[in-house]
Design a protein. Structure first.
Lengths: 330, 405
């Protein structure tokens, strides 16, 4: 008798779509909200077909108002719903920033734990798609600085599927950063086997000479860097952090204690970025293991540039290799 | 014949009126009349639509707004027609340049020419415009070179013109933000004692944004000389206006304490008249006005959008019958205000504009990569200097490798 095939090859965007479908199916309290998420299926088609199958009361085309989307999601959550809201692009989240920071993040604490807000805020983020202004930013640090929010970013289809399942089930608000330049990257998704907890890092390539830590869109780049470095006889370990708040420092520490070198890569600006927090913590934890200072590769302290300049702004193979060289030179 | 919309312009900042006039209110009889007339329109469920030219090109009388276009000459009418035709031609060229890969994106104004040219031509040089990212026709009226609009869509800059050069602010992509900037600018005009006015463009989708509601509140409280010009093109990407409001948008103004009026957005004369009226109110110290130009986005939201997923052809065909250019052409022909020679000459001019835009875009160089670090701060910043130096050293390391080969 043939085994049940539970693994499917699908694009990252499709994996989120399938995961939302499963969540809507499993729990009548789950609702999907956002601009153009219904009839159109989202500008990236992440919610394609959901309104058709679950109806307009569960997959809701909202007015064009981000503060309204998050604010009403909070109200729905207070009433027992589990809203998954979409912010259409990274640069459009800021009208909702007030609701997210002053309300969504703090209500659990203010109610002495009585109120839970299981809200997922989906944000397609990052650059590399040649877009116009406000469509390529990586604002995760602006949210990671706020206690009460959990922040994750999948790098592949399987994680996109399962991390969305876990985010929807989380009783804490989760900001779910989707690497839009990887939406079309395909991968195997096993819809029966949970790959692990939501906030743990994963070694995606073992190595001995240096650890590259990344999340979301930069994991693929770091794998490519490790391939290129291997040709030069260097063995790089690649760590997919998966979660930006909390950060799995134990896994980073374990890796760095083996490799003794760490380079953190993200698209977000280096200045006050998540790499700064990682560098500080790992320096505290691994001071006697480190052979070199923790180096960071990321965006500059400048507004995200116009599309024709983004290749110079974003970390690429050469810039990460350059940091690897500098680390190994110590 | 030049393809430019306007000749070189004088500086736009109003010198202001004499000290001591701040806050004084002047009214004109026309203004009073029009304001009073608006009060009678709120009852009907089918909103009144100010229309001076029917889709068939017939001039219809309108006691309130005729005075604002009564003196219009045949030459001025031909000018409005020319503006709309050239704007549409530029827009079509930009769409095809996107298809050819020369632009990353384009937001077409197809169908909204009358709303933009009518309102744009109602402005004085010292007035100030706050556009969305689709006001190519208004930019044309302000004398912004059309090729300047294409830089941000090509990805070589995030703006590309000096807002104060033509009193035309940079395009704003984040929906609705500019309505507050317009209000603040208008508050400044009042403080200066000037009689300039501000016009803020936005769309039906933006009407849901908190910023727009706050702009309405501030402008009303401070009696700011601003005209909120909402082009209701019926669609916010895939969402029809019913997803944004259950009352006609112009009626929103009433609750904030200023008048709102709905105008046929495809009638250039009506847009000219209504905007002049609203600007006159602003100049007279009567505060903000909301104009809802009822029009239609005949194309996609942007070149990234596929409207076949959410709307049918019938709707577009119905609106094509109300085309803004067609109706003015019918009027010009029927009233003998333009002859064949005019239309032929305009067609040639239109082709020349298309060619010029095409060539200018193809010749547009990529910016120097060090531009990333330019103009981040007005007074400089140590970290930016440090990162620029690191970037330079990094770039130079490739040159060394190349040189060594």
């Amino acid at each position: 008798m043939a085994e049940t095939v539970t693994s499917k090859n699908m694009a990252l965007a499709k994996a989120i779509n399938e995961s939302l479908r499963r969540a809507l199916d499993a729990d009548p309290k789950v609702v999907v909200m956002g601009e153009d998420v219904g009839k159109l299926g989202g500008v990236f088609r992440v919610t394609d077909g959901l309104q058709k199958d679950f109806g307009e009361s569960r997959v809701i085309d909202t007015p064009l108002a981000e503060s309204g989307i998050v604010g009403t999601a909070i109200g729905l959550a207070l009433r027992g719903y589990r809203p998954v809201v979409e912010i259409q692009f990274d640069g459009f989240v800021f009208p909702a920033y007030d609701q997210i920071v002053t309300q969504l993040a703090k209500m659990h604490a203010r109610s002495l734990g009585k109120v839970k807000l299981p809200v997922v805020v989906r944000i397609p983020y990052g650059g590399g798609i040649g877009a116009v202004e406000h469509h390529s930013e990586s604002p995760e640090s602006l949210f990671a600085h706020v206690a009460g929010l959990k922040i994750v970013s999948p790098s592949n289809a399987s994680d996109a599927y399962w991390m969305m399942q876990q985010a929807v089930q989380s009783d804490d608000p989760v900001i779910f950063f989707e690497p839009k330049r990887r939406y079309w990257d395909k991968g195997e998704v096993d819809t029966e086997a949970i790959p692990g907890p939501l906030h743990t890092a994963r070694v995606v390539r073992e190595g001995t000479d240096l650890t590259l830590a990344a999340y979301g869109p930069m994991v693929k780049l770091c794998r490519e860097v490790a391939d290129a470095a291997a040709e030069e006889g260097r063995s790089l370990e690649v760590l997919d952090l998966r979660s930006v708040s909390p950060i799995d420092f134990d896994s980073i520490q374990a890796s760095v204690e083996r490799t003794r070198r760490l380079v953190v890569v993200h698209e977000a600006p280096v200045f006050f970025g998540s790499g700064a927090e990682i560098a500080a913590r790992i320096t505290e934890r691994c001071f006697y293991h480190l052979e070199a200072p923790v180096l960071r590769v990321g965006g500059y302290h400048a507004p995200y540039p116009p599309a024709r300049l983004e290749e110079s702004y974003l970390p690429d193979l050469d810039r990460v290799l350059d940091a690897v060289d500098r680390s190994l030179a110590y | 014949m030049t393809v430019e919309s306007t000749a070189a312009r004088t500086p736009r900042r109003s010198a202001g009126t004499k000290a001591g006039t701040t806050g004084t209110k002047r009214t004109t009889s026309t203004t009073k009349k029009a304001t009073a007339a608006r009060k009678n329109t709120g009852k009907s469920t089918e909103p009144a639509l100010v229309q001076l030219l029917t889709p068939e090109g017939k001039r219809v009388k309108n006691a309130e707004f005729d005075p604002y276009v009564d003196g219009i000459t045949a030459e001025e009418l031909r000018g409005l027609y020319r503006d709309m035709v050239l704007t549409r031609r530029f827009d079509a060229e930009a769409t095809s340049l996107q298809r050819q890969g020369e632009l990353g994106l384009w937001a077409s104004l197809l169908g909204q020419e009358a709303a933009q040219i009518g309102s744009g031509r109602a402005l004085r040089d010292d007035d100030y415009v706050f556009p969305t990212y689709r006001e190519h026709g208004v930019a044309w009226c302000r004398g912004v070179d059309p090729t300047n609009l294409l830089g941000m869509f090509r990805g070589v800059n995030n703006g590309g013109w000096d807002p104060n050069g033509n009193n035309f602010h940079l395009y704003t992509i984040v929906i609705g933000s500019q309505t507050l900037h317009a209000t603040g600018y208008a508050m400044g005009i009042t403080k200066d004692g000037a009689d300039s006015a501000v016009i803020a463009y936005f769309g039906d989708g933006a009407s849901s944004q908190g910023d727009v509601a706050e702009a309405f509140t501030f402008s009303a409280v401070y009696n700011a000389p601003v005209v909120f010009f909402c082009q209701n093109n019926q669609w916010a990407i895939s969402e029809p206006t019913e997803k944004q409001s259950r009352v006609p948008l112009y009626q929103r103004a009433q609750g904030f304490g200023f008048p709102g009026v709905r105008v046929d957005g495809n009638d250039v004369l009506a847009n000219l008249a209504v905007t002049k009226w609203a600007l006159e109110r602003a100049r007279a110290g009567e505060g903000p006005t909301l104009v809802e130009a009822f029009t239609y986005r005949m194309g996609a939201h942007t070149t990234s959008d596929d409207p076949t997923r959410y709307r049918g052809d019938e709707e577009r065909l119905a609106w094509e019958a109300k085309d803004p250019i067609l109706r003015l052409r019918r009027y010009l022909e029927a009233s003998n205000h333009a002859d064949e020679g005019f239309f032929a000459e305009l067609e040639a001019e239109s082709e020349a504009l298309g060619k010029r835009v095409r060539e200018a875009v193809r010749a547009m160089p990529d910016p120097d990569h060090f531009a990333i670090f330019e103009n981040v701060y007005a007074d400089g910043h140590a970290l930016v200097d440090e990162e620029r130096a690191q970037f330079a050293a990094y770039q130079a390391s490739f040159a060394d490798e190349d040189g060594g080969k």
